[in-house]
Design a protein around this ligand. Structure first.
Ligand code: PLP
Length: 447
């Protein structure tokens, strides 16, 4: 049997003609919260960045080509034959008990001790972010976020009309002094802080990680101030050189909500992530999950459960780490070889991303069309700030292109930057370079 993708060549019947108009008779009827909904820079980029001639250092898609697809196919066929009537039925709002128990084993790799009753399965960790924000935040509430921060989280926070207050990072991640200052100034202004959102491992987009001591410091601040920590950790098992650093949640089970995901360590298409939360918060999250989806996708949960039970998932993650390490090395070598003076970058110990700081007066957002014309794509830094800052930065990802493509991509990018710098030198008054905002300052581990 063949299945035509809708719109693909060979689809059975012709598609009806579309009446395409930009006039929207419902323009006055949308909810206030939709005003904050804009297409992310990443999404707008995918259209051009996916052209074969472009080296895309833009997307954050995991490399899943090395998954054992054939034997996975066999396992899925057996699943349908043997358990299809349960796997394709509605399930529990909190997620399937078997998978929740297996998720606890996965989290044990990062020293987390958890009970399956405290786990809520979500539609990717992206939905975990949405459920948490829905449960905690009213319009105007403050969420403290690293600067820069994950673009998908910022989108959720905007949709729920919260106020993101950025907190500077240094080479060890979220800066405790800046965190204390941000809390004090929000409180002085009478604002309600609902949680601290942090990505402690192989940060998206900054590519840096919090050492254990830093995690302890942040936790101590959060506890002394009575503020919840939301620890978002999709990349924690993808470290290149050492054993995983214990999660913040492993240090305290009452002050931290932990978000995990199978998207980066297995496959994002199943859309399965999870939230580990203190009991009372978990109860609210289950209600929110039931009203959002009735239950997270049961078939995906069964598939992932079968994968964890019957495949060497730890060995597969080890393979992925080797693959990403080789690509990280290619990225660092390419940057070292080609970047113009005045450029600095982070050196990730795992995950997918390098954060580049480009010389003044370059502007990563303004330069992007020229870069795409030169057949290289990246994500401009301002996508990762709620306040429009960050144009002196860009996120480069090394997860999907081959090492040769990565090196060629850095060469093309450096050429575009070099051209821009020369043109600027000719046409602009040398003047003073624009000052970096305090939380744009490059960290000490950057060149
Ligand atoms: C930091 C971070 N959190 C959450 C997500 C969402 O992942 P998913 O919904 O696929 O689990 C991503 C995806 O890129 C991410 O980088």
């Amino acid at each position: 049997m063949t299945v035509d993708h809708p719109g693909s060549e060979g689809a059975g019947s012709p598609l009806p003609a579309r009446r395409d108009t930009r006039l929207d008779p419902y323009i006055g009827t949308y909810a206030e919260r939709t005003h904050g909904m804009t297409a992310s820079a990443v999404r707008a980029l995918f259209a051009v960045a996916n052209r074969p001639e472009v080296v895309s250092l833009a997307g954050g898609m995991p490399n899943i080509a090395d998954l054992p697809l054939e034997s996975l196919g066999g396992a899925i066929a057996r699943l349908v034959a043997e358990h299809g009537t349960r796997a394709m039925q509605y399930g529990a709002g909190q997620g399937e008990p078997v998978l929740r128990a297996q998720i606890c084993e996965v989290m044990a790799e990062e020293a987390i001790s958890a009970h399956p009753d405290d786990v809520v399965v979500s539609v990717g960790s992206q939905q975990g972010l949405a459920l948490l924000t829905q449960v905690f935040c009213d319009p105007g509430d403050v969420i403290l976020c690293e600067a820069p921060s994950y673009v998908g989280a910022l989108g959720v926070f905007r949709t729920y009309q919260t106020q993101v207050v950025h907190v500077a990072m240094d080479a060890d991640g979220l800066d405790p002094i800046a965190l204390r200052e941000a809390i004090a100034s929000c409180r002085a202004a009478g604002k309600k802080i609902k949680f601290i959102y942090t990505i402690p491992n192989f940060h998206n987009p900054a590519g840096i990680s919090q050492p254990l001591e830093r995690r302890r410091e942040i936790l101590a601040i959060a506890k002394s101030e009575g503020i919840l920590i939301v620890e978002d950790n999709p990349y924690g098992l993808l470290g290149f050189d050492s054993e995983p650093t214990p999660a913040i949640r492993s240090l305290d089970d009452g002050a931290v909500v932990y978000l995990g995901s199978f998207s980066k360590t297995f496959a994002p298409g199943f859309r399965i992530g999870w939230i580990l939360a203190p009991h009372a918060i978990k109860e609210k999250l289950v209600l929110a999950q039931e009203s959002a989806t009735l239950c997270p996708p049961v078939f995906s949960q069964y598939t992932i459960s079968a994968y964890l039970q019957n495949f060497d998932w730890r060995g597969q993650i080890k393979k992925s780490r080797e693959l990403y390490r080789e690509r990280r090395d290619a990225m660092l070598a390419g940057l070292q070889a080609h970047m113009p003076p005045g450029t600095s970058w982070t050196r990730p110990g795992g995950g997918f991303f390098v954060w580049l700081t480009i010389p003044a007066p370059l502007d990563a957002e303004a330069m992007l069309p020229r870069a795409v014309t030169a057949r290289v794509a990246y994500v401009p830094g301002n996508a990762f700030y709620a306040d429009g800052l960050g144009t002196r930065h860009m996120r480069l990802s090394y997860c999907l292109p081959t090492p040769d493509q990565i090196i060629e991509g850095t060469r093309r990018l450096a050429e575009v930057m070099g051209n821009e710098l020369s043109i600027n030198a000719i046409f602009s008054n040398p003047g003073r370079p624009r000052a970096l905002h305090p939380y744009e300052a490059p960290g000490p581990d950057q060149r």
